[in-house]
Design a protein around this ligand. Structure first.
Ligand code: NAD
Length: 492
């Protein structure tokens, strides 16, 4: 093993990555059953390294380590935890090139975006929760009984964090930073396809002074490691981000054990372009909304609803602009769209585009793989002519695919935007301030953006309604979800 548990990484070249181990109780260890899982570079389709494949017995060990560490960690002052979390942010910035390279090769993220978004945001998340770690407080309540009555906010205990493949760094950090700030210990299970940055972050948190056992990382399959976490008696909360289908199972399983859960699930957001929109800005926002992270973005906007008066114009502009988006090697700084993160995600996109033509859709641009030397590349695709009932409109595709539908009235736009089972994000383009507020209030979504897309910050909570889940990431709301309230009433 080198300095870094996942390898020495040149600035922004493809890194050489050493095989990864589990991180339990501050130690790197093999899985009990000695299993290994391949990790693939999605831009070449080649195996780049392996990670340990854990099973339920490794989860037991990680949970035991977390339980052992929890007591002392919960007793540290918020200020001490803040210092440590702030050091994490500093180390992320110092080791930025290395993290960018690992995350990019693992997920297929363009290095320029990975640096500006994933890595920069991850540092900001730790910085933000470092601040909040010092602000945890209860309240004094004045009641008629002669007493001194107050509430305390206490950590929950051990959190099981289960994360998806698409934003490994950011989505694990939202959970780990908030949970640790509140004084919890964590067992983290990253996604099978993209586990590498979780191991690198374990090393960084240890370097920052997070005590042994406070963060444990167990790589492995959902059905084995994830499932073991959901029902483990030593886990006090499940923080899950992933698909609605797995989330439904996870919520039911954790619910059976009466564990609190947060469920950050699938999305299928609409971007509404009203007739009074600033069209140049709107087009940029629309394209960003569906190609960002190769469309593997829960809060992406894959459904464009455009006022009928602009419909033909918008389609014409999109046809040219989308075809010109640079797709290619994530390690080329000019690349905007990289490959899909895994072959199976690419296959799913192909299947939906095939279905779109069956359902009467017309491919305006894209609609096929891009052959770039064995990687999982797909051309950003725009599809017109589908109606609301179409499966391609209703379901989450999770790839660089945009459907475009016309509407006539504000009421119709709102009904179409709200007309799927999901409710994670939504957006609108308008120059009418009153309309912006009016429509934002009517959209069924955890976050609404006006005149841009994906404006996110650790201070702004996000999360879902309807089949997109419940609970919030980011903001003080997330911190609170990692605490429980105790009331103390002292007779006077
Ligand atoms: P997924 O549901 O397949 O997997 C998510 C995690 O759950 C992985 O770590 C996986 O190993 C684990 N898992 C799988 N089966 C399990 C089981 N039986 N028990 C316990 N854990 C299990 O999701 P994915 O394909 O990795 O990610 C894409 C999905 O995540 C999309 O639907 C996307 O919208 C959603 N997502 C949501 C948000 C959000 O904030 N709401 C953010 C990112 C992604």
């Amino acid at each position: 093993m080198t300095d870094s548990e996942v390898g020495n990484v040149p600035a922004v070249g493809r890194p050489h990555i050493e095989p990864g181990k589990l991180f339990i109780d501050g130690q790197w260890c093999e899985a009990n059953a000695k299993g290994r899982r391949d990790v693939t570079d999605p831009s070449t389709g080649k195996v780049i390294t392996t990670v340990a494949e854990a099973d339920a017995s490794d989860v037991d060990a990680a949970v035991a380590a977390a339980r052992k560490a929890f007591g002392a960690w919960a007793q540290t002052s918020g200020r001490e935890r803040a210092r440590i979390l702030h050091r994490v942010a500093d180390i992320i910035r110092r080791r930025e090139d290395e993290i960018v390279a690992v995350e990019s090769v693992d997920v297929g993220k363009p290095v320029s975006l990975c640096r500006a978004v994933d890595v920069a945001t991850t540092a900001e998340i730790y910085e933000y929760y470092s601040g909040l770690a010092q602000s945890i407080q209860g309240a004094t309540r004045h009641i008629p009984i002669p007493s001194h009555a107050y509430t305390r906010r206490e950590p929950l205990g051990v959190v099981g964090a289960i994360t998806p493949f698409n934003f490994p760094l950011i989505l694990s950090s939202t959970k780990i930073a908030a949970a640790l700030a509140a004084g919890n210990a964590v067992v983290h299970k990253p996604a099978e396809d993209t586990p590498l940055s979780a191991l690198l972050m374990a090393e960084i948190l240890a370097e920052a002074g997070v005590p042994d056992g406070v963060l444990n990382v167990v790589t492995g399959g959902g059905a084995e490691v994830g499932k073991a976490l959901l029902s483990h008696p030593g886990i006090d909360k499940i923080a899950f981000t992933g698909s609605t289908a797995v989330g439904r199972y996870a919520a039911a399983t954790a619910g059976e054990a009466l564990k609190p859960v947060t469920m950050e699930l699938g999305g299928n957001a609409a971007q509404i372009v009203f007739e009074d929109a600033d069209l140049d800005k709107a087009i940029g926002s629309v394209i960003k909304g569906f190609v960002f992270n190769t469309g593997q973005f829960c809060m992406g906007g894959p459904r464009l609803l455009v006022h009928r008066s602009l419909y033909d114009t918008v389609l014409e502009i999109l046809a040219g602009a989308v075809a010109g988006v640079p797709v290619g090697d994530p390690f080329d700084p000019a690349t905007v769209v990289g490959p899909m993160a895994a072959e199976r995600h690419l296959a799913k996109v192909e299947e939906y585009v095939r279905l779109a033509t069956e359902e009467g859709g017309r491919i305006v641009t894209g609609g096929e793989r891009l052959d770039l030397g064995g990687g999982y590349f797909y051309k950003p695709t725009v599809i017109a002519g589908l109606d609301d009932a179409s499966r391609v409109v209703q379901e989450e595709i999770f790839g660089p695919v945009l459907t475009v539908q016309p509407f006539d009235t504000e009421d119709e736009a709102v009904a179409m935007a709200n007309g799927t089972p999901y409710g994670l994000a939504a957006g609108l383009q308008t120059t009418d301030l009153a309309r912006a507020h009016r429509v934002a209030a009517r959209l069924e979504a955890g976050i609404v953006w006006v005149n841009d897309w994906a404006m996110l910050d650790p201070a702004i909570p996000f999360g879902g309604v309807k089949q997109s889940g419940y609970g919030r990431e980011y903001g003080p709301e997330a911190l609170e979800s990692y605490t429980k309230v105790k009331s103390v009433v002292i007779a006077l």
